[in-house]
Design a protein around this ligand. Structure first.
Ligand SMILES: Cc1ncc(C[n+]2csc(CCOP(=O)(O)OP(=O)(O)O)c2C)c(N)n1
Ligand SMILES: [Mg+2]
Length: 597
């Protein structure tokens, strides 16, 4: 970095006269912001005008929802803030879905929402809506700039709180407050350091783990957020404990490690499920044990109800929230893991007595699961057999296995919500953290593509790959414009099965195939659309072409090229997600009797 750029990155010090726009931008500089995602708007143009001189890149996107997801992906890769900004009113309301998604992904996204002018607020003027209530349940903190002189103080607090509270925050700024003269000092970012947790809780946890005969570690998003992967590995090695990942956090433990057993939850690893079922003590490291993460899968009700559960979470309100626990530790995953290692390293551990048997068990379950996946080339339910009989299209599972084999080293993969994306959970393995970006528990279609674009901005040297169903692609492909305009090269793998498959599965299983709104007929060729938009577009129809196509697309990123791989897959469908929440139809009115089960 040259000295000119360095100088731009230094915020002014000391109390002095400036405009609120300058105070806002200098606060961003002080907080280390380098990239802001958004769509231009007059509401904040006076501040935007300063971005370049402040060394801040403005990434101009196609839709504000995309900007919010990009900020999310950026934050999840970098561990720093992701920032998005939009025009008051409609630009800001477009942030709602992405902010809710960031909330459930625990991403430190700062959502900057310029508001209608303070002197016309409430008069029903142009682009006016109350912007605080809309975000009140999907942010960790909301700052309203109630006086232009407080611009820097409140903006700065929104940044600090996003990291402190591990989620999105909002700074709401009446648009006239960007103008005028103020005197202020730019606050420096708060230094945040979390501890290991209470002494007593750590001692109790160590007692339980020392006495455990079959300890299992469950690594969650907290391991990634705290950069605690090394400590998780040390702890696992010390206990020779099988390690599972919590749902959609497949990157929380290195897949190449002999103790790795794969993810729990929807379409997760049978090996992981069978092993955790045997646990007498579970160490839930950095996970809130979310309600979806431990639902029975593959017909296995694996959660060990009689086991002692030690839960470590940096958010105190998550302790014991979903699952009963024996010990709750409110602490940082890294610091807590280290504290447990210190307590356990020098004492006899009951789990050492049967170590070899446990390691053999792990090897056996893992190889059985791999063998099963190798043989599981297609789904075998009547619907899937029927629709794939007459077609030469790719079987989704076979295609996903090929993608897994061809996955470039160090790749970042985002996944959308959908049947094929969900099935991919069985095939996504990573050796480094901050590599998997799923739509998490908000589960919105259209998440994966913009998220990977933001991830690529944060980590331009890593291959960036989005897995997206064709329905979700229809919602999000507009951001190809961002890739081309802003020169952000990524790869989108689009699963063309001509249907909103995940929902269609419910029609098949519960509604006697009375399909309503699930078929995506007369779709364009997504490869051709990609080409028309200035990207590479490749239609993949043969299994042997899957791996080479992915490798070529990842390589093309090095030349600045974005590629859409349109995977022509069958209409077969994997197990449904919400079996737990659906019921066969009951009808009381004669008019609707024909639809009763
Ligand atoms: C924004 C949003 N709208 C609707 C849904 C409900 N939904 C969940 S999965 C799904 C189907 C996804 O279809 P597609 O992206 O084509 O993937 P496929 O299931 O076919 O693999 C829908 C509509 C959702 N999760 N999010
Ligand atoms: Mg589809």
């Amino acid at each position: 970095m040259n000295t000119m750029t360095e100088a731009k990155r230094l915020a002014v010090t000391g109390r002095q006269k400036m405009t609120p726009s300058e105070a806002f931008v200098e606060t961003l500089v002080a907080q280390g912001v380098r990239d802001v995602f958004g769509i231009v708007g007059s509401a904040y143009m006076d501040a935007l005008d300063l971005f370049e001189l402040a060394g801040i890149r403005f990434v101009s996107v196609a839709h504000e929802q995309g900007a919010g997801h990009m900020a999310d992906g950026y934050a999840r890769v970098s561990g720093r803030h992701g920032v998005c900004i939009a025009q008051n009113g409609p630009g800001v309301t477009n942030f709602v879905t992405s902010t809710a998604a960031a909330y459930w992904a625990h991403s430190p996204v700062v959502v900057v929402t310029p508001e209608t002018g303070s002197m016309t607020l409430g008069l029903g003027g142009f682009q006016e809506t109350e912007q605080l209530p809309i975000f009140s349940k999907i942010t960790k903190y909301q700052a309203h700039v109630n006086n232009r002189a407080r611009m820097s103080e409140l903006t700065s607090r929104a940044f600090d709180r996003a990291l402190l509270l591990m989620g999105p925050t909002q700074v709401n700024i009446p648009r006239d407050f960007f103008y005028g003269d103020i005197e202020c000092e730019i606050p420096r970012p708060l230094a945040i350091e979390r501890g290991a947790g209470g002494e007593q809780a750590l001692n109790d946890a160590a007692e339980l783990l020392a006495a455990a005969r079959f300890p299992v570690i469950l690594c969650g998003g907290g391991v990634i957020a705290a950069d605690a992967e090394r400590e998780a590995v040390q702890l696992a090695d010390l206990l020779s404990a099988p390690v599972c990942s919590s749902y959609l956090h497949n990157d929380s433990f290195p897949a190449s490690h002999p103790l790795w057993c794969g993810p729990l939850g929807y379409q997760g690893s049978k090996a992981g499920m069978k092993l955790i079922a045997k646990a007498d003590v579970v160490l839930a490291l950095g996970t809130r044990l979310g309600p979806f993460g431990t639902l029975p899968q593959h017909g296995i009700d694996y959660w060990p109800k009689d086991a002692k559960i030690v839960q470590i979470d940096a958010d105190a309100t998550m302790l014991g929230l979903v699952k009963p626990i024996s010990v709750g530790i409110c602490g940082d995953a890294k610091a807590a893991a280290r504290a447990l290692i210190d307590r356990l390293a020098k004492r006899p551990l009951a789990c050492h007595a049967n170590k070899e048997a446990r390691l053999a068990d792990i090897r056996k379950e893992k190889s059985a699961w791999e063998k099963e996946l190798d043989g599981w080339t297609h789904e075998t339910d009547p619907w899937s057999v029927e629709v794939s009989r007459e077609t030469r299209a790719l079987h989704p599972r076979q295609m996903l296995r090929e993608l897994e084999r061809a996955m470039p080293k160090g790749a970042m993969v985002s996944t959308d919500i959908g049947n094929i994306c969900s099935v991919s959970n069985s095939y996504l393995r990573f050796d480094r953290p901050r590599s998997m970006f799923a739509a998490m528990s908000f589960g919105n279609c259209g998440y994966a593509f913009p998220t990977i674009i933001g991830a690529k901005v944060a980590a331009p040297d890593r291959p960036a790959i989005a897995y997206v169903g064709d329905g979700a692609w229809g919602m999000s492909f507009g951001e190809l414009q961002t890739c081309i305009r802003e020169e952000i090269p990524v790869t989108a793998v689009v699963f063309n099965n001509g249907q909103w498959g995940a929902e269609k599965k419910n029609h098949v299983d519960f509604y006697a195939r009375r399909f309503v709104g699930v078929n995506l007929d007369r779709q364009p060729s997504w490869a051709a659309v990609a080409k028309a938009m200035g990207a590479e577009g490749v239609r993949v129809e043969k299994l042997s072409d899957v791996g080479p196509a992915l490798r070529a697309a990842a390589k093309a990123q090095e030349e600045g090229k974005t590629t859409v791989l349109e995977m022509m897959v069958t209409r077969e469908l994997g197990d449904p997600f919400r079996r737990d929440a659906l019921a066969l139809p009951t009808r009381h009115l004669a008019k609707y009797k024909a639809t009763a089960a």
